[in-house]
Design a protein around this ligand. Structure first.
Ligand code: ZN
Length: 95
């Protein structure tokens, strides 16, 4: 092999260089408004519902939200429901 051929072989342009895009590893973690420190305004359990009203905000556990749901939906302009955090995986973790 001649010196020139050797040089061509090792030239980066000759290798059909392709920029492979790394798949972006996006962990699609939902952003929760409430966490374990947020407590129900009625009983102090962990809150899963945030009720936004003109006068302010109230947080409720599932039990107290459901108990007052009719009233709360009337007085609120937005209700954030994070009760999904209570669903399957959580239940299994306690089993
Ligand atoms: Zn409660």
């Amino acid at each position: 092999m001649s010196e020139r051929e050797e040089a061509m072989k090792n030239h980066p342009a000759g290798k059909g260089r392709v920029d492979v895009e790394e798949p972006v590893d996006e962990t699609n973690e939902p952003e929760w408004v409430m966490d374990a420190r947020d407590r129900c305004d009625a009983c102090g359990s962990q809150a899963y519902y945030l009720v936004k009203m003109i006068e302010g905000e109230l947080m409720f556990c599932r039990h107290h939200f459901l108990k007052n749901e009719d009233k709360l939906t009337k007085v609120s302009y937005e209700i954030i429901d994070e009760s999904i955090k209570l669903e399957p995986q959580k239940a299994e973790a306690h089993a």
